[in-house]
Design a protein around this ligand. Structure first.
Ligand code: GLV
Ligand code: MN
Ligand code: MN
Length: 424
């Protein structure tokens, strides 16, 4: 079945406008006002074509086809609608608009011989923009996160996730008597999960290859470091008498960078993307510095080894500079190998359509990881990111690549919808 490429691009362009930072990329945090507008527009669109919509207690959305039959295995397809601060216009929403395009095409044209149901799934808080923990919605879906995490996860303004959800009209504690589905979900009858995404790195664009088929997704581990020194006057305090936590943080960050940059396989990465300085005045030696450190690789032991060495270095640097050091584990996800059977269906579909592809790893994490970890056969398709830019306003992909990726997704889903359990 042919998707409507023009409609796809128009829908994507419409979501670009749901941003708190127009002109400076897209900022759309889960549970915020732009997220609410985007959700409303998706729900209205689904209802217009007669598709039933369900929302769970943490804001994940699932949209079924009117022709879905109770009890049949389901094919899930989707991604997220939230963004990082000043992010791009495609990360997440491309997979959502594509899954909606597939839904709409199936709803309009009917499904011949389908033995399975189709559902578009929209995950909440994938980026971790509110609480610093990626894939939060899908972690609740699979039970990796539960009630205690609603208290543990806090936004920069000090509000707990539970408070943020309540303010957004969601009811995390009890769904009894409400319209909301509970978390975790029962995934036992999900036959497969597909996520289409922009690559977010330079591999496909540099090679001039239009499709990536994901083999493995990197794991990650994030810790939060708080260094506390002695705040003091910037002019009157001699250099020899300082306990400056920001200088200590600088040393820690550079030590971590040179350690991971020397990775023999050149695959591991370390990033400090968040750093807060108190009181953050040019004429005051800082009192406290708080920063995140995240390490990613395709090998979990390596992630843990690098993180242990980084933590060891941080403690030593803090000791030498006589500043207090606290380190808290924040979040993690393991590297994941995606399903061989689903990958083979994607590969064969690309081949029979004459599309060149590359089988590759994903350095970015995706909700697909959590669903795959819950033993659902999962596959991911990538399209090129121009110049490999992502999580920035410059993030972009050619229209023809966006359409090609969605058509491939459609074709793969048509095959999966008619597969039997034995064929999979
Ligand atoms: C999500 O985009 C991530 O990889 O952090
Ligand atoms: Mn994403
Ligand atoms: Mn992202």
């Amino acid at each position: 079945m042919m998707i409507d490429g023009k409609r796809l691009l128009l829908n994507l362009a419409a979501f670009r406008r749901f941003s708190d930072t127009p002109g400076s990329g897209v900022t759309r945090f889960s549970y915020g006002s732009q997220d609410a507008k985007a959700r409303r527009s998706i729900i209205n669109r689904a209802k217009r074509i007669g598709c039933p919509v369900r929302i769970d207690a943490v804001g994940n959305i699932r949209i079924g086809l009117p022709s879905n039959q109770p009890g049949r295995p389901a094919i899930f397809c989707g991604s997220h609608i939230d963004t990082v601060r000043n992010g791009g216009w495609l990360d997440g929403i491309y997979g959502v608009c594509s899954a909606l395009e597939v839904l709409e095409t199936l709803a309009e044209r009917g499904r011949k011989k389908a033995t399975r149901n189709f559902e578009t799934v929209i995950f909440a808080e994938e980026e971790g923009s509110n609480f610093g923990s990626t894939m939060t919605g899908s972690k609740f879906i699979t039970g990796k996160y539960g009630n205690e995490d609603l208290e543990r996860l806090t936004a920069d303004n000090g509000k707990t996730m539970r408070q943020v959800l309540q303010e957004a009209g969601l009811e995390p504690e009890t769904t009894a008597g409400s319209q909301l589905d509970p978390v975790p979900w029962d995934l036992s009858n999900v036959a497969a999960m597909l996520e289409l995404h922009i690559e977010q790195g330079p591999v496909l664009d540099r090679a001039g290859i239009p499709i990536g088929i994901v083999d493995s997704i990197f794991g990650m581990r994030v810790v939060e470091v708080v260094l506390t020194g002695v705040g003091n006057h910037a002019g009157a305090t001699p250099m020899s008498e300082r306990h400056d936590p920001l200088s200590a943080a600088a040393e820690c960050i550079l030590a971590a960078e040179s350690m991971v940059a020397a990775d023999p396989n050149k695959r591991a990465v370390v990033t400090v993307g968040k750093l807060e300085v108190q009181p953050n005045c040019s004429n005051v030696i800082p009192e406290t510095v708080r920063f995140s450190i995240e390490v990613r690789d395709s090998n979990n032991e390596k992630i843990n080894r690098y993180m242990s060495e980084i933590i060891h270095d941080i403690r030593e640097i803090a000791l030498n500079r006589d500043v207090n050091c606290q380190i808290h584990e924040h979040s993690s996800s393991k590297p994941l190998h995606l399903d061989d059977g689903v990958r083979e269906v994607i590969r064969q579909t690309a081949e029979s359509s004459g599309i060149s592809y590359r089988v590759m790893d994903s350095g970015a994490v995706h909700d697909a990881c959590m669903i795959a970890e819950a033993s659902v056969p999962t596959g991911m398709i990538f399209v090129p990111s121009i110049d490999g830019r992502s999580h920035v306003p410059e993030e972009d992909t050619k229209g023809e690549d966006l359409i090609r990726g969605t058509q491939l997704l459609m074709d793969v889903i048509e095959t999966l919808l008619t597969q039997t359990e034995e064929e999979q």
